[in-house]
Write a protein that binds this ligand. Structure first.
Ligand code: GLV
Ligand code: GLV
Length: 323
């Protein structure tokens, strides 16, 4: 008998092909590029043994209850898993797959692009060219901080943090600081110095947030945090929006407490077009495109499909979350 699987969105064909070829599941899908409405999600999961979801789907007790006792595996096509109620999932003995590693390079590249764009004011410059603000080459115009000789602090020196650190080295960064619960052996590869959070915040010219969202990191970047930063420093976040208190960030940016911010993630997503952060020239906001590199999404969908199959068949999952 075929196992019932629900997929919450249209996903790249790579993943779909793997599921079809396996011939063990009957797939139903929210066949759209837009998120599945909650009621459709609750209906779609009924009786499912497998669920393939995205970071936009909140998988909580209500969804798990709607699915019922047959649900064996949840496979999210993302490296982040803060949208999954892991305690509830664990309690029910459901296995979880996610997609680390395959999006590390793409996300590190995007973070570098965002950092350079924010520091060197690229969106502002593009805008000036279009609106006639470019009157001449001007010695004092559109200047911003450079990486050469700078101190960069990375909050969350995991897979993505390390890939960013490696990309920063050839730019001539002088010191690379990182903070977190424990020092990491792999930090030596990038001459990373393990320092208290306070030191990282107050000594960095650039702060890059790449940690996962947990109760510990929720709201970590708040008023106290921004007030300890250098006035000339640039803040970059490519992890999850909720690590930042956005009202405090707005205050810090608009009052000149910090120089600029580049965000690939916000709360909520999408950020309403009327949001105060979008009125600021020194804030660059991207629509959560860290992994949006041509081949990466296909590879993510393939890994999510393999994780799902492993969970359905009670065998190894290539990337199973241990929790
Ligand atoms: C992107 O944010 C992901 O978690 O994959
Ligand atoms: C810049 O274009 C310069 O020539 O200094």
């Amino acid at each position: 008998e075929l196992m019932k699987v629900f997929i919450t969105r249209r996903i790249p064909q790579e993943g779909m092909k793997i599921l079809t070829a396996a011939g063990v599941c009957e797939v139903s899908q929210w066949d759209s590029d837009e998120p599945v409405p909650r009621t459709e999600l609750l209906r779609g999961v009924q009786g499912a043994q497998g669920l393939l979801c995205l970071l936009t789907d909140k998988i909580d007790a209500e969804v798990l209850d709607a699915a019922g006792p047959n649900l064996k595996v949840i496979s999210t096509m993302s490296v982040g898993f803060d949208h999954l109620a892991v305690d509830e999932i664990k309690k029910r003995g459901i296995r979880v797959g996610y997609t680390p590693d395959v999006l590390t390079d793409a996300t590190a590249e995007l973070t570098m692009a965002l950092l350079l764009a924010t520091a060197r004011r690229i969106p502002e410059g593009v805008e000036e060219v279009k609106n006639g603000g470019w009157s001449s080459w001007k010695p004092l115009w559109l200047c911003g901080p450079g990486l050469s000789g700078s101190t960069v602090g990375i909050i969350g020196l995991g897979r993505i943090g390390m890939a960013i650190a490696q990309r920063l080295m050839p730019f001539g960064v002088k010191r690379l600081l990182y903070s977190g619960r424990t020092a990491k052996a792999h930090a030596a590869e990038v001459n990373g110095e393990f320092v208290p959070m306070e030191t990282l915040v107050s000594e960095s010219d650039f702060i890059v947030v790449t940690c996962s969202l947990t109760p510990e990191t929720q709201g970590l970047c708040n008023k106290a945090f921004f007030s300890k930063m250098k006035k000339t420093a640039v803040f970059i976040n490519s992890s999850r929006g909720a690590v930042v208190n956005q009202e405090d960030l707005y205050e810090a940016l608009s009052s000149g407490q910090i120089a600029a911010a580049g965000l690939d993630v916000t709360t909520p997503e999408p950020l309403p077009t009327s949001h105060p952060l979008l009125t600021l020239k020194n804030c660059v906001v991207l629509p959560h495109i860290g992994s949006a590199e041509n081949s990466t999404r296909g590879v993510m969908s393939a890994l999510a499909a393999r994780n799902l199959l492993g969970g359905l068949q009670g065998s190894d999952m290539p990337s199973e979350l241990s929790f």
